[in-house]
Design a protein around this ligand. Structure first.
Ligand code: SF4
Length: 362
């Protein structure tokens, strides 16, 4: 499925509401920056307020998203109250979709029938890992089987399926993360979010970290793992819509982060690292060897230009260092579709070597 690009999400955060247990990494109140649980009236008002300020609303797909808790674990009456608040806007055509996020063990036929009746079209499952030990260490309180069953059910009812994955939980490794990635691909989600684990204040993970029982991953480990996951998802035609938590006052240095691979542009680092592999592969295919060339020129889609250069031009610097290059030029070419890069020149020689990102295998 191709997600509409001109869509807008109205986020409604319902921290911890419905969670039957406390996962070690989670402190939804900190992640969402919101402590109070809204009433149905407040939800309705918030949607109305957003709609009143949204520019170009007629030409957008506007969705309401209930994030931050385990929506389907809330008592059914509560679920209905929240959904009704959104439904009033849905049935009058003011919003075009409703999405919820929840735990895989809180999905069944009855639940899905309620969600469908109120216009929910997208369900995001907090999967985090497909490894049973990682799930247990994280105190998720559900098994891998719940994920497989829930994903199949969600798809069979015709909902769009989103999957959230975490990397760097206690007991996780790159090998396990990539296995999780493969198993998530088998679930055929419509989109995925990847969250590197951060140690947040007030979580069990903070306690484990302070006791020396948990070591967070480094930024470079996260980037290397997420790069490989991104490559697999892209090859499978599954969109990765987010890498890393949204930067907020809380999710920033000096905020609620105790430790972990925080970087304000982590997604950019991951895309940059993947494109670096693509640039290297193009040079390899053209027969370039370290020390044998001085100048190189690539053409990229304008949308890929900054990612191709890398965060703070890291890709350019790394290519210069590895190949002994004097000049690396990245030229935007509107004729190229995003994801495709063309090697156009090596020293004085014109080249025409093209590689689509999804044909790269890491
Ligand atoms: S189920 Fe989700 S919201 Fe609830 S504690 Fe775990 S991660 Fe947090």
């Amino acid at each position: 499925m191709i997600l509409e690009t001109r869509h807008f999400i109205i986020p409604i955060f319902i921290p911890d509401l419905g969670c039957p247990n406390q996962c070690v990494f989670c402190n939804q109140k900190k992640i969402t920056g919101q402590v109070n649980i809204p009433t149905a009236e407040e939800v309705a008002k918030k949607i109305g307020d957003y709609l009143a300020t949204l520019p170009d609303v007629e030409n957008r797909k506007v969705e309401v998203a209930f994030y931050g808790g385990s929506f389907t674990a809330i008592p059914v009456d509560e679920q209905r109250k929240f959904l009704r608040a959104a439904w009033d806007y849905y049935r009058t055509g003011k919003i075009q979709g409703i999405r919820i996020s929840t735990r895989p063990d809180k999905i069944d036929e009855d639940t899905l029938s309620i969600l469908m009746a109120y216009g929910v079209d997208t369900i995001e499952l907090g999967v985090q890992s497909m490894d049973k030990d990682v799930l247990a260490f994280a105190r998720r309180g559900h098994a891998t089987e719940h994920v497989v069953k829930a994903a199949k059910l969600v798809k069979s009812w015709g909902f769009f399926l989103g999957v959230q994955i975490m990397i760097g939980l206690p007991g996780d490794s790159q090998e396990k993360a990539l296995k999780t990635c493969n198993e998530v691909i088998d679930l055929s989600p419509d989109f995925v979010r990847i969250y590197p684990v951060l140690v947040l204040k007030g979580t069990e993970l903070e306690r484990l970290f302070r006791q020396g029982k948990y070591s967070p991953w480094q930024v470079n480990e996260v980037v290397d793992t997420a790069k490989k996951m991104l490559n697999r998802f892209e090859r499978a035609g599954i969109e990765v819509i987010r890498i890393g938590l949204q930067n907020t006052e809380e999710i920033s240095p000096g905020g609620e982060i105790i430790a972990g691979p925080y970087h304000p542009a982590i997604g950019e680092l991951v895309y940059g690292a993947l494109i670096y592999e693509q640039l290297r592969e193009l040079l390899n295919r053209a027969g370039a060897v370290p020390g044998g060339i001085k100048e190189v020129e690539f053409a990229v889609s304008p949308r890929d230009e900054s990612k191709a250069r890398g965060h703070k031009s890291t890709n350019i610097k790394a290519l210069q260092e590895h190949y002994g290059l004097k000049t690396v030029k990245i030229i935007p070419d509107p004729e190229l579709v995003p994801g495709t890069i063309k090697l156009t020149r090596l020293d004085e020689e014109e080249k025409d070597v093209v590689l689509r990102r999804k044909d790269l295998i890491l």
